[in-house]
Design a protein around this ligand. Structure first.
Ligand code: ATP
Length: 237
């Protein structure tokens, strides 16, 4: 298993947000997380990445126990969480930001080949390599944020709502590109509100409700969209 999360508890101050989450991601597997707003998806991702402390439970990455490890150590192992696109370095060019993404030791010596792969997945980034990040459109900025993550040569890439706020057409383009990212061999964990998009990308999904795994969908062919809506919103509207 690339990632194993066992009975994970975490939260902020006196509030516990995750009440014992267990989940796993295999090598090269793409796993989707969805569920109502504010029920702990981002907290789960941030706890896995070491940004929020673990209170109870275990996180293992490629067999190593990384519970309580520093974010540096976690990133060093190739567990990469893509930053919010809005926090991309505004004054850097696309090329500078991408190059910075390769700072991890293991990735630096491969940065030229990796850059070619990133440009092959995201041709718009190649076209805009000299443009400042702050002048990119929302969709392009998201592509750049994922590109920066890819430059670190991730073993597992975490995407928290990559299509948030994007128009349907650009959302489709990005979904296709995330599919190409999955083909690079990196495992993916993707949170998105767009359940159709997740179903297209991820053979396995977890529904997160009230800080717990409410449902694991192992075979998407057995579940149609209506069923998910029923489960998710309490109606098949
Ligand atoms: N930095 C923080 N300090 C205190 N409480 C927080 C913090 N971040 C999140 N929370 C709270 O933790 C709970 C879970 O939030 P979280 O962002 O993990 O949910 P989510 O499922 O990712 O929702 P969304 O889809 O809206 O991002 C919410 O009640 C939220 O208000």
């Amino acid at each position: 298993m690339r990632l194993e999360v066992e009975d994970l508890h975490s939260g902020y101050g006196r509030i516990e947000v995750l009440h014992g989450i267990s989940m796993a991601v295999g090598a090269g597997e793409s796993v989707g997380l969805f569920g109502p707003n504010g029920h702990g998806k981002s907290t789960l991702l941030r706890t896995i990445s070491g940004l929020v402390p673990v209170r109870e439970g275990r996180v293992r990455f490629e067999g190593d126990d990384i519970t309580g490890a520093s974010t540096d150590a976690i990133v060093g192992k190739g567990l990469i969480q893509v930053a919010q696109a809005s926090t991309l370095f505004p004054r850097m060019t696309v090329l500078e930001a991408l190059t910075l993404g390769a700072y991890r030791n293991a990735a630096w010596s491969h940065r030229r080949e990796t850059l070619d792969k990133v440009f092959a997945i995201f041709p718009r980034l190649a076209e805009r390599r000299s443009q400042h990040c702050k002048t990119l459109s929302g969709g392009e900025r998201q592509m750049a944020a994922i590109g920066v993550g890819l430059m670190a040569m991730p073993r597992l890439l975490i995407l928290d709502e990559p299509t948030l706020g994007l128009a349907p057409k650009i959302r489709q383009e990005l979904a296709h590109q995330i599919g190409l990212v999955a083909e690079t061999g990196a495992s993916l964990v993707v949170v998105d509100q767009d359940v159709d998009l997740l179903l297209g990308l991820c053979p396995r999904l977890y529904l997160i409700e009230k800080g717990r795994v409410a449902l694991e969908i192992k075979d998407r062919s057995q579940l149609n969209h209506q069923d998910i809506l029923q489960r998710y919103f309490g109606s098949a509207a």
